[in-house]
Design a protein around this ligand. Structure first.
Ligand SMILES: Cc1ncc(COP(=O)(O)O)c(C=O)c1O
Length: 300
């Protein structure tokens, strides 16, 4: 979180109009990078100054905690569990997709340190998902989540997890494949614009790369770049593109073996050798809201 920008943003919007500040740990749209404890403490202080609640999107809280242990000397001797507790203690609540750092197939949690908000969430839950004891989930899924959220904090597992993501990233980088560094926790982020430097922004290089990955080696990736964040001026028609046009290679937990990762690395390096054959795309249909979920494309 850019603390100066946060402060400016709350002041300009007026604090009474800001229902909460949300920090995503780790940052899924910013390269899978962790949020430091120092930064969380800074955000807490800004929120306190304005009287605005601070919430965490905690989908990858354990990976974030492990990165804090690796990178912040003051936390080096703490366990991921202790660090996670300290992270949550800085917040007024958290929402979590349990499909990430709880190993779940389905499910999520909202926890809020406010009786008033909790009451509203419970009511909405009953209306939309199911009664508060199960929230629309099957009992077996609830049990899996209860075990998963505990197991994820095993330090040996987290070490393996972060190392296996880094393994993919470092091998790709060693072969000259352009990607975001440092390597993220749950994913390696290819630099679509540099990978496809023959494709102009208007032809969506990152998305074109994700299509080429699927066509050539059957690997499903996700663009986090021009399609997701590009905006077009309604009057001039001029596009503004985001600073980075990334392609996320997210690695599901406890799913793949070393051989799978080697296959991905070899396939991407081979594709990089043929990158000039990747063709640009144009929108066939672009919905005004959240275009990356339902837009369709055709090759140029
Ligand atoms: C950080 C983060 N928050 C929330 C979500 C949404 O999760 P769900 O699909 O469980 O609603 C995702 C990804 O799906 C995510 O990466």
């Amino acid at each position: 979180m850019d603390l100066a920008a946060l402060e400016r943003c709350i002041a300009e919007a007026r604090p009474e109009r800001v229902p909460f500040v949300l920090i995503t740990v780790t940052n899924n749209s910013g390269g899978g990078q962790p949020v430091s404890m120092a930064n969380l403490q800074g955000a807490r202080a800004v929120c306190d100054r304005f009287g605005v609640p601070l919430l965490l999107d905690a989908a990858r809280f354990a990976e974030n905690a492990y990165f804090i242990k690796l990178r912040e000397p003051a936390w080096a001797d703490k366990t991921p569990r202790e660090i996670a507790r300290a992270m949550f203690a800085l917040s007024d609540g958290a929402m979590m997709s349990m499909k990430k750092d709880a190993f779940g197939n389905i499910g999520g949690v909202i926890s809020i340190n406010s009786d008033g908000w909790a009451e509203k969430v419970r009511t909405a839950l009953i209306l939309t998902e199911g009664f508060i004891t199960y929230g629309g989930l099957a009992g077996r899924d609830l049990e899996a989540l209860a075990i998963g959220i505990d197991e994820i904090l095993d330090e040996e597992y987290l070490k393996y997890r972060i190392a296996s993501t880094a393994y993919v990233g470092h091998h790709l980088a060693a072969a000259g494949v352009p990607l975001l560094k440092p390597i993220g926790g749950h994913a390696v982020y290819l630099n679509g614009r540099k990978f496809c430097d023959h494709i102009p922004d208007e032809q969506l290089p990152g998305w074109a790369l994700s299509v080429a990955l699927y066509e050539s080696i059957g690997v499903r990736a996700c663009e986090i770049g021009n399609v997701m964040f590009g905006t077009q001026d309604a009057t001039t028609g001029v596009w503004t593109w985001p600073a980075l046009d990334l392609v996320r290679l997210a690695i599901p937990r406890r799913t793949y073996t070393q051989s799978h990762m080697d296959y991905v690395v070899e396939g991407i390096i081979e594709l990089y050798g043929h990158r000039r054959e990747i063709r640009g795309l144009r929108f066939a249909r672009r919905p005004a809201v959240l275009p990356h979920f339902t837009a369709t494309f055709e090759q140029v």
